[in-house]
Ligand binder design. Sequence first.
Ligand SMILES: *[C@@H]1O[C@H](CO)[C@@H](O)[C@H](O)[C@H]1NC(C)=O
Length: 301
Amino acid sequence: MHLGIILCLVISEVSSAVLDQRPSGKSSWTGKLLVVPMDGSHWTGVKAVAEEMGRRGHTVIVVIPEISMRLGPGKHYITKTFPVNYELDLLNEILTEHVRVVTSPGQSLLKSMTSTAAIFIKIFNMMVSTSESLFKNQELIGFLREQNFDAVLTDPALPMGAILAYNLSVPAVYMLRGMPCGIDAAATACPDPPSYIPRFHTQNSDRMTFSQRVLNFFVSILEPLICKFVYWPYEEVTFNFLQRDVSLTEILKTGAIWLMRYDFNLEFPKPLMPNMQLIGGINCEIGNPLTKVSITFILTT
Ligand SMILES: *[C@@H]1O[C@H](CO)[C@@H](O)[C@H](O)[C@H]1NC(C)=O
């Protein structure tokens, strides 16, 4: 039920945004959606939307690398894969290492931080190389260009889909939990006052003491620098593909809708722009009716 309601919301948001641009838009009109997903847990919600849009008669094309953890075909959408220059072994190796780091007990903070960072860099390099493989795949890019999509659905945390949408000049719908280092606020010009919006890793809440605010303020000043560092490997890939210098912030600025998977059990309230919609429940399991046993239990207690 819950998922159903959220899907309806998502779909009406997406389709109204697309329909707005067509004066003769009819409700029976079905459009073409390109989905460029991110691997791992991010795929769960995106796959649900891709399936539902396909089920409702839209043409949905999902573009994924040949090698991935969880990405794969579905019932109601078309899958287009592209080759990458790494093997499944590498992916498995990184994952095994990640599990080992997470589960090995008694590590010092420094040790666990450095090994986590090392794995993060490996994964990130792999993702950058995935983007490169897609952008260099002229045949697939040409095919996608010919499709005249009405929208692109993607998670911008790894900006492959965002860059592609920018190049195809198709409105982008971002679905995300958040972006590192406040680049989302910069791209949407969303108010983001450090006086009560806690920054990553500071462990601050939305109510801070003076010293916490000072720390928060300094982290907020450093954020653009951290972002530059984190997304630096994408700069060359973006330049090679677009054939000119466009910053990631500029690309993200063109996003039409931001669907935020916020859950206020994990997040503090903060300002949002009108094109940001909260869809936090999208990863929730669909509710089933209670069993007889549990109803009896509830009634008798
Ligand atoms: C898209 O990419 C092509 C080739 O890589 C480039 O020539 C073109 O200028 C790009 N278009 C935009 C809008 O960035």
